[in-house]
Write a protein that binds this ligand. Sequence first.
Ligand code: GUN
Ligand code: FE
Length: 426
Amino acid sequence: MKNFVLKGNICYSESRESIRLLPNSYLVCENGLCAGAFTELPEKYASLPLTDYGDRIIIPGLVDLHLHAPQFAFRGLGMDMELMEWLNTYTFPEESKYADLEYAERAYSLFARHMHLCATTRAAIFSSLHSPATELLMDKMEESGLVSFVGKVNMDRNSPDYYCEKSASSSLEATERWICNTMDKYKNTRPIITPRFIPTCSDELMRGLRTLVEKYNLPVQSHLSENYNEIALVQELCPDARFYGDAYNRFGLFGGDHPCIMAHCVHTGEEELDLIKKNGVFIAHSPLSNSNIASGVAPISKYLANDIHVGLASDVAGGETENMFYSIASSIRASKLRWRLRDQSVKPLSVDQAFYIATVGGGSFFGKVGSFEPGYEFDALVLDDSGLDHPQELSLRSRLDRCLYLADDRDIKAKYVRGHQLFDRT
Ligand code: GUN
Ligand code: FE
């Protein structure tokens, strides 16, 4: 079905600061794109097939701008350490298992099933070091119906022997082969260059990755300014870099001429922020992860006020769940604690701002995504909040707010990506 109409209670961000609410209204899809949301159905769409979702709520699909597929198996475990220790104790041992394709098959089948069912319609995903398992993950993501970027991870230094590429050149060769195998293979799944972070990537590796970005016209994703010990290590490793982001920028892996996502930016200073803005880098804000492994709280409302691109991210398995509703609520909660305990010059996030970063904010990395304005790609969730029972009739705005705080996969009754229905269980 290429062209159709959905009827229901429609909500989407009309700006960073406000959500547009259209009770009992019509959402039109034409050739995978949104033709608009209307309180009265325009005559020219009257003959299109219409699905009436009754009193249910229709919102744009949520965007997870940063998560790790091979960490999904230990979600909810190992939250008792900070980043560097956490990587060595839990993360690298688990990720090393993806050398075994049988294990990868089992684990990534689970991961892709969760991605299919959850609120996420778009994702930027880290895989492991292994090309075969990364290709398997990409096959499964394509089957899931989501649109995603997936990156084979690069690491050639400061990593344990059992989970480290032998040399920059072998890492680059494997990466180029993987790019050639996957760049034109799928409709919805694309490769993305993924140096894990500065501590685990040699200069030679970074230079080679830049060459691949140029040769194949690819985006980049990595981690930035997440944890104090990590930042100190980068300073030690790159004494000439003026700040952490500069260590990426020196290799041409920090946006500017290519799309770029940097996860976290919890402890980003003014100079780094200026370069993020100048280069159009997207910040993937990961509030669940930042509290679980005690990294801190990023000043997101300040970034938004500076017109910096901010998307929301689960950062599974630093974040314990792929459920992006949890990340929305967590982003608001964390910002309030930061405001109360640390810095009252940076306002807490409003619900409207949190909804914005979870939809349009991260969606912009994928093009015109995350809104129901005309011309946006048609990604939508149909939510049934009748399970969130309440003794009174609530306004649509109150019902939406409760969904953002309380909803999970069970409340998602239908999911659409680029105009394709992934499921409908109404
Ligand atoms: N920095 C480098 N690798 C990782 C990772 O896997 N998770 C998080 N949260 N930060 C990282
Ligand atoms: Fe991460």
